[in-house]
Ligand binder design. Structure first.
Ligand code: UTP
Length: 404
């Protein structure tokens, strides 16, 4: 205990020991374990959050346009469908996020976007996946990443709804790892006396979390993981045409992308960085790069990523030990104050530490940008109102003929 106190004193974190004496022995032991697991080096990053890896030489990347995909559709479909029938493709649904911007308490996938009848995000995504299964005559393993914060409720919700018609035999859940969060001055937050305020450590940890949980164990033939976000209601996963195109390209990965509508659209774009695929954030593009056009008059940096990646299992295994950058993100962090009162802040009050799947793309060495029709495949729900909200997603769903 003395050792622990001096470690915390050295780090300026003794405040978390408040209330320690009143804890039961087992609570004390659990808390000590939490403290022992803290990655102090990562925590120090709050001091220079903008200092990420630094960019190398950035260039545009070549990708498949809608018309090129159309010209080879049948060939790509056949290749992709064959891989799906051979159990070589698995879906990984990233549903471990907290959706703080949306501000709903439950899992985002359980959010009801219907108007005249219930219509859940999970339901829409599974419906699209079932269409793929019907066209390929095979079920695709569906691995769902949750977090400690929403695991039980996500499982319960999907079970209650009979997995929206998806066979439970092909679904596996796994929990992602958690990381501590700190105030704007780097002080660890507690969610209760003797318990750190932990939060999911970003979607970049999906592979190690999946492996640790052994969620892939029952699907030994998988060669491709299609990893995608829960918050796109028009998400099309295990798309055989996409799978076929990536296989035909011989690359280690592929990314579904939409064309940017204007030079400054706030979306990460796929590019080459030191000859390797990389996702560069909109604010990292210089004015010149944002406006640069190719010979056909299209924006050179126009492939906006939509969090739908196809990644080679073999390559993932190869890069498993490599580190990816930690992002320090401003978020609203629920915590107890010094009197023990629980606070659910209305505005951002600290930093969380996350790794992001987009940083994995670089480690894959090669990536095929695969253009999709924005209005058919991209309806993200991030916010309560305005841009990328329930409202904008509903409009897009209606355009796609969905009765709300
Ligand atoms: P976001 O970056 O939008 O984060 O996640 P979020 O936590 O869901 O929402 P905000 O920022 O708090 O409002 C993009 C995708 O990555 C998943 C999310 O569930 C979503 O599908 N994700 C995010 C995880 O699975 N784990 C994480 O730790 C973070």
């Amino acid at each position: 205990m003395k050792q622990l106190s001096s470690l915390l004193a050295e780090r300026g974190q003794t405040h978390i020991l408040q209330g320690f004496e009143e804890l039961t022995l087992s609570e004390q032991n659990d808390f000590v374990k939490q403290i022992e697991n803290i990655d102090w080096e990562m925590l120090e990053l709050w001091k220079h959050p903008e200092d990420l890896s630094g960019k190398g030489r950035v260039e545009p990347i070549a990708g498949l346009s809608l018309s090129e995909i159309e010209a080879h559709r049948a060939e790509y479909f056949a290749l992709g469908a064959e891989a799906i029938r051979g159990e070589k493709v698995a879906c990984v649904l990233l549903a471990g996020g907290q959706g703080t911007r949306l501000g709903s308490d439950g899992p985002k996938g359980a959010y009801d976007i219907g108007v005249t009848h219930p219509l859940y995000i999970f339901e829409m995504q599974i419906k699209n996946l079932l269409d793929v299964c019907a066209s390929c005559h095979a079920y695709v393993p569906l691995l769902i990443m949750t977090s400690d914060k929403n695991d039980a409720i996500t499982r319960e919700f999907l079970k209650q709804h009979d997995y929206f018609g998806y066979p439970a035999s092909h679904i596996r859940f796994f929990e992602q790892d958690m990381a501590p969060s700190v105030s704007f001055t780097g002080k660890l937050y507690l969610e209760a006396w003797g318990r750190l305020a932990l939060s999911p450590n970003g979607n970049g940890g999906w592979y190690s979390s999946m492996k640790r949980a052994g969620a892939d164990r029952d699907f030994p033939h998988v060669e491709w993981y299609n990893v995608y976000g829960v918050d796109n209601v028009l998400q099309r996963s295990a798309d055989p045409v996409f799978v076929g195109a990536v296989i035909a390209s011989g690359m280690n990965s592929g990314a579904k992308v939409v064309r940017k509508t204007e030079p400054h659209e706030k979306v990460g774009v796929l590019c080459l960085e030191d000859k390797k695929p990389s996702v560069i954030e909109y604010y990292e593009l210089t004015e010149e790069m944002a406006n640069m056009r190719d010979g056909d008059g299209n924006l050179s940096y126009s492939f906006g990523v939509i969090l739908n990646y196809l990644l080679s299992a073999k390559k993932l295994e190869e890069i498993a030990g490599e580190r990816i950058p930690v992002h320090v993100v401003k978020k609203k962090i629920a915590h107890i104050d010094e009197y023990g009162a629980f606070i659910k802040p209305e505005t951002e009050n600290g930093y969380k530490f996350e790794t992001l799947i987009l940083d994995m793309v670089r480690l894959m060495d090669s990536c095929l940008p695969f253009e999709v029709e924005r209005e058919r495949e991209f309806a993200p729900i991030k916010n309560k109102e305005g841009v990328d909200s329930v409202e904008t997603a509903r409009i897009l769903l209606q355009k796609n003929g969905v009765t709300l």
